[in-house]
Structure formats: structure tokens, C-alpha cells
Design a protein around this ligand. Sequence first.
Ligand code: ARG
Length: 473
Amino acid sequence: ILDYGGPNVAKELHVGHLRTAIIGESFKRTLRFAGARVTGDVHLGDWGVQMGQLLTQVRDEQPDLVYFDDGYRGPYPEESPVSIEDLQRLYPVSAARMKAEPAFAAAARHATVDLQAGRPGYRALWQHFRDVSVEAIGRVYDDLDVSFDVWLGESSVHDRIGPMVERLESSGVAEPSDGAVVVHVSRDDEEHQIPPLMLVKSDGGYAYATTDLATVEERVEDLEGTGAIYFVDARQSLHFEQVFRAARKGGIAPEAFVLEHAPNGTVNGPDGTPLRTRDGDLPLLRDALADIESIATASMDAKGLAADYPAAERERIAWLVGMAAVKFGDLSNHRTSSYIFDLERFSSFEGKTGPYLLYVAVRISSLLKKADEMGLERGPILAPAHDSERALLLEISEFAEAVERSIALRAPNHVAEYCYELSGAFNRFYEQCHILSEEDGSLQSSWLAVAALTRRVVVTSLDLLGISVPDRM
Ligand code: ARG
């Protein structure tokens, strides 16, 4: 089970969500390519105090809505009273009030407890929040060609929480602490003690860790997995350490069930801190994607690519170039490193970039097409005649190792690096061995077969990175 994406209901995706999505998607594709059975879970943040916060804000603005009428016995309207645009306005407003108004914060916490306890009007309104958010979030992931097998979330495990807490309490694993219930997870011999996991807050609400613990239980029982890997920001390392330790201590996950946090670094601005807009917000992903498209188009123009193609095809190619730019810009860095989000650099066709790799793949396609038109056949691959050819064949033979390394280390940058090396090896071969004008027929057909094989490995590697190659450009 792979846990990646991790968006929150009512909050629009921002560039901070890129890494987990890109790395998780790539890792999923790579594991699957190697034959593993994989379930990707988006793990929506849909059950925390933010939900109570939104409910309270809507109630303040529209107290007459039927969802707030305690005497109402249903059914509730099918149409959502809030749109995604409404939610995007409501979220920051309510978040600001949480900080500024103690009475609002208390009401929001109360509403969260009521929601979690099953108050019907709250559940019905919350379902609308979730549905409209999932639709909007899903559109952005579709654009990114990132997908999930299941859209479970924090709320999915709600029914497990009560019994789980009870079991942990009666077995003595969970202990009362200042009105709350916690699980001690530090070991006596540890130099740096780690704080206890918060299981039940003093107001009776459940914490982030509580739902994650119940999610471990669900993953062990329902999804029949052999383990779960979490592709989540490195800043949550302590959280996962607490959850995993509590899961072992409470007998929720057997030792054989893999629990692993594969932390990622952040997407930074030029100053080396997490990228922000001028207003100090994290830039929205959909705005960034629109920028990417126009920067990719400019980069294609600069190289004179696809100039006389039909407009729709040009647009499609620009999109693929942009995606290659962003994804390779991310995946060429090790998962744990942070990097500077520099679309100009990522979109260049020169250097270690996604567009450069697309260009090599397309160049091989057009070579093969020309050969077809000339009636040339591909033949058996002969022993290498040139150094550059030998180097290319050796590089091709390293593919499986790159895949294995990427899986073992949970680090798709190994496939990214490999793909770059392979492309360079092909370029050197292509410069030295003039395939189309070669007079020795069997050598020529061997070279064509080598080119076709290279193309297949480049395209496959790019696909493992979540990058699609256009037919021409
Ligand atoms: N929604 C969380 C956040 O925004 C990330 C969820 C990661 N996955 C998990 N199982 N906790 O921080």
C-alpha cells in the first residue's frame, strides 16, 4: 500500500503537494512494473478540526440551512449548498478566526466532536464538502497524470477508532494523561526521548495520529497488504515514528508488516525556503500548471519545435513538455533533498532536463520512421563495432539495476539518472555511427535494432517517472 498525495478537503492543491504526488506515482509505477501488487491510497485529510471549523463558519453565515436544524429528520438535499469556490473562500476565513477568536475555536472543536460522533446534519454537510473537494482535487491530479486506486481518507477509519482506543486502554498500552489519553512510545535506553502519541484529546476529539493508527489497522486487515509506505513530507517524521511505534506496541501491526515513512524534501523558492507567493501563500498548483504550459511553449519556440503543427497538437506537446519539465525537475533530485522550483531551467531542452529526454526519444522515433520510409529493416544485434556502440549497449543492460535500486531505496531519482545517462550514450552513438548512410547492410540493420531498443528503454524509463512521450515534436 502506498500512501501519497495526502490532500486536504476544502484546501486547494498547492505546489507543496507536488513532491508526494510525483514521487508516489513514480514509485507505484515502478513497483507495478516489477510485478508487485500495489494499491495507491490518496489518504484525504477529511476528518480533523478543519472540518469543524468549516461547519462552524457555514453555520455562522447561513444559520437557517437545514443541516443545522436539530429537529430535522431528513432526507438532506442532494445538491451541495457550497461550491468549491465557496470552500476556498471559507477555509482561510475560518482558519483566521480559529487563531483570532477563542469562542469560534471552541465552537469549531465542539462541532468536530459532534461531526465525529455522527450528528446527521453535520455528516450530510461534511459529505458535500468532501464530494466537491474530491472533484476539484481529482481534476488537478488528472492533469498531472497522477492516479490513485482508492480515495480513502481519515474519515474512512472512523468506526475503527472507538474499539481500537478501548482495546489499547484495557490492555494498558494507552494511558490517561491530564484528561487526554496517550501512548508512550519512547524507549528507556533512548538518548532522545520521543513524546507520547496523542490518542484522545482532552476535549474527547481524536488527533491526526489516532486516525493514522486506525488506518494502519485497516491496512493490515482489509487491504491484505504486506506493508505500507508513506510518501510524506520529512517534517512529519516524528508523527510517523510515533504512529509506527504505537502500532507495534499495541499489536496493531505485526512485525512482518512493513511500515515505512519515505520522507521527501520541499519545493523551494530562490531563497531556499519553501516556495511562497508575494502574499506569503503557497502558490496554487493549478496556477503553476498554467505557467508551465506557457513556459514550455516558449521553450519549444526557442528550439523551433512543432512550429507548423496543428494548434491542438502543439498544445498537447507543450503540455507533455511541461509535465516532463516539472516531473524530471523533481525526480532528478533525491527524494529527501529539497530543490528550487525553477520552471525556466526545468523547461530548457539543454542540460539535464525532462524536455531534453523527450527530445532524445522523439529523435530516435524520427530516425526509425525515416528508416522505415527508406525500406530499411532491423536485424539481429551484432557484437558492437564502435566504442560508443559498446557503451550504449552496456548502458541499456543496466536498466534492470536502475529499477531495482529505485525500488530498494524508494528513490525514483535512480531511474531518472539512468534515463539521462542512457540518452547521453545514445547521442554519442548517433553522432559516431551514421546509421542511415551505413553501407554494410547487416551492420545497419543491427544499429537500427539498437536504436529501437534504446527507444523502448527510454520510453519505459520515462513512463516509470510518470512522463509521457509525444509521437513527434
Ligand atoms: N493530509 C496530510 C497533510 O496535509 C498528509 C497525509 C499523509 N498521509 C498520512 N497517512 N498521514 O499533512
